[in-house]
Write a protein that binds this ligand. Structure first.
Ligand SMILES: [Zn+2]
Length: 247
């Protein structure tokens, strides 16, 4: 079987590139997903921090309402002081006022604590906003790069497949079938160049008789060790222009 190695080598090149492009196309959606997750995580962190602030404000409003109510009550007690008839009632009212005032003091301390906490949360929000802004900008850039890579690779993939389709009819059927079978079995590399007198893929020495057959392209020779189709890359040395022949 006379074999045109150039065609099969070209087929192997196309198949390798098609395989690599397919891997890239397969991987990109997941990378985009990961970026989206990061963007979402940034938004969630910001939302959580804002929620912390609204909880703080709610708590402060509740405390302030409580203080207001107690102060109204204290006012009532004070007015009652003028109306009581006995010392005992008077003392009891004073005690109520004192206890209420104590509650107000405690609540006001809590309000101050909440206000201080709010300052910290305010800083957290600022930091989260800043970080989210930077992250989102970078992440969106990464997405744009991936989008472009996806489009490029899709175009490349289509072009490679077109080339492959055009190449197939030029390769004899039995060579094609052999190539396909080895390609499947080896998971990608059906060919191996002979370097020196070794199979480049598995480093097994090729017997001299086989080497000659490979060089003469008279037969398809498979490596005795790894089973790949062997081919020679060594081309005849170009004739160097020598010194002018003496006449
Ligand atoms: Zn081999």
């Amino acid at each position: 079987m006379d074999i045109d190695f150039d065609l099969i080598i070209e087929l192997q090149r196309l198949d390798t590139e098609i395989h690599d492009s397919a891997l890239v196309l397969e991987g990109i959606p997941r990378l985009v997903q990961d970026i989206d997750k990061k963007i979402q995580a940034g938004s969630k962190h910001l939302a959580d921090t804002k929620e912390k602030m609204s909880q703080n404000q709610k708590k402060r409003r509740e405390l302030e309402t409580e203080v207001k109510d107690i102060k109204v009550q204290i006012g009532k007690y004070r007015r009652q002081l003028n109306e009581v008839k006995t010392n005992k009632e008077y003392t009891a009212l004073l005690k109520e006022i004192e206890e209420s005032q104590h509650k107000v003091d405690t609540l006001e301390e809590s309000i101050i604590a909440e206000m201080l906490a709010a300052d910290d949360v305010e800083e957290e929000i600022k930091a989260a906003l800043h970080r989210q802004g930077l992250d989102e900008e970078n992440l969106k850039k990464e997405k744009t790069v991936l989008d472009e890579k996806m489009k490029e690779t899709e175009a490349k993939f289509a072009a490679l497949n077109k080339e492959r389709e055009a190449l197939l009819p030029r390769i004899p059927r039995e060579q094609m079938m052999l190539y396909e079978a080895i390609y499947q079995k080896k998971g990608g590399n059906a060919l191996s160049p002979v370097t020196g007198d070794f199979c480049a893929m598995c480093h097994m020495r090729v017997r001299p008789q086989m080497l000659n057959e490979i060089r003469d392209k008279l037969a398809v020779i498979l490596c005795e060790n790894c089973g790949r189709i062997l081919y020679c890359t060594t081309k005849p040395e170009p004739v160097k222009p020598g010194p002018p022949a003496a006449e």
